[in-house]
Design a protein around this ligand. Structure first.
Ligand code: SF4
Length: 279
């Protein structure tokens, strides 16, 4: 990706970034690279959750399958087309965030940066994301542009722009979606199946009968083992246990210190946006 200095660029950063990069240094590096705005996809995840909640509450005629993982969505489309109606018809956090960013930063080119190659397919389908970069591709771009590993120049010392949420920072962990759904009034724990990894999800998809998978109401499933912190677009530095720890540590840090900076995403910032999606 080449930055055109006549244009403005907005980075939509996946919360899995912290499994490999340090916060806030990565945000400084993105600004030094040429991003004028940097937002975290966690606010999109919050809006995705709110829309999931409504569907799970009101439509109980099938077992719903979480749809933020484009690899899983494509497997369903190709191998299990009879299960397309079971995919929750709501945008992923990336898709939701892009719709929100379109309203707040209409002039900017929207670039999603994350751990996943198949997000490029999703971006082509939904049209609201202009470009997708994996973390591996970002590393290459940093090198090509001589962006140092540590940014000392204080001109770039700005953290996220607003539109931010703290609790959905665990979304890239397996089970992160359901653990942040606040479903207590509509579902029991036993109604939800959390699993990950290709073999496990294929077993589950094979086991559907007449629109239901056993007695489950919702499947929070992801194709990468352990979730998006183990995505194919990450150059791994830390073992998986350490990546999980880093995500949780960052969530705890943000919920204690970042809210004070007035960064917490508010539903009013997404008012009037339709987050529904067709498959
Ligand atoms: S689980 Fe893997 S394939 Fe699915 S969205 Fe996350 S990184 Fe991408």
């Amino acid at each position: 990706m080449v930055f055109d200095n006549k244009k403005k660029y907005l980075c939509m950063l996946a919360p899995s970034f912290v499994s490999v990069y340090d916060y806030p240094n990565l945000i400084y590096r993105l600004r030094a690279l040429g991003f004028d705005k940097v937002v975290e996809v966690t606010f999109g995840a919050k809006m995705t959750n709110i829309n999931y909640y409504e569907i799970l509450k009101n439509q109980t005629d099938r077992t719903w399958i979480a749809s933020p993982c484009p690899t899983l969505v494509n497997i369903v489309k190709v191998k299990y087309p009879h299960l397309i109606p079971n995919l929750v018809p709501v945008h992923s956090p990336m898709g939701s965030m892009a719709l929100i960013a379109k309203v707040h930063f209409p002039e900017h080119i929207r670039v999603f940066v994350g751990p996943c190659f198949t997000k490029k397919l999703e971006a082509e389908e939904i049209k609201s994301v202009d470009e997708v970069l994996t973390f591996k591709e970002l590393d290459t771009i940093f090198k090509e542009n001589n962006i140092p590993e540590q940014i000392t120049d204080s001109r770039y010392h700005l953290t996220f722009d607003k539109l931010y949420n703290d609790y959905t920072k665990v979304y890239p962990l397996s089970g992160g979606l359901s653990s942040t759904l606040q479903y207590n009034k509509i579902l029991n724990k036993k109604d939800i199946l959390v699993t990950d990894g290709m073999q496990n999800i294929l077993k589950v998809l094979d086991g559907f009968k007449d629109g239901f998978y056993k007695n489950y109401k919702f499947l929070d499933i992801l194709s990468c083992e352990g979730g998006c912190i183990n995505g194919p677009g990450i150059e791994y530095i830390y073992p998986i246990k350490e990546r999980i720890k880093r995500v949780k540590k960052y969530r705890n840090f943000a919920s204690r210190y970042e809210k004070d900076l007035g960064k917490s995403g508010k539903k009013i910032d997404a008012q009037g946006i339709d987050f529904s999606r067709k498959f």
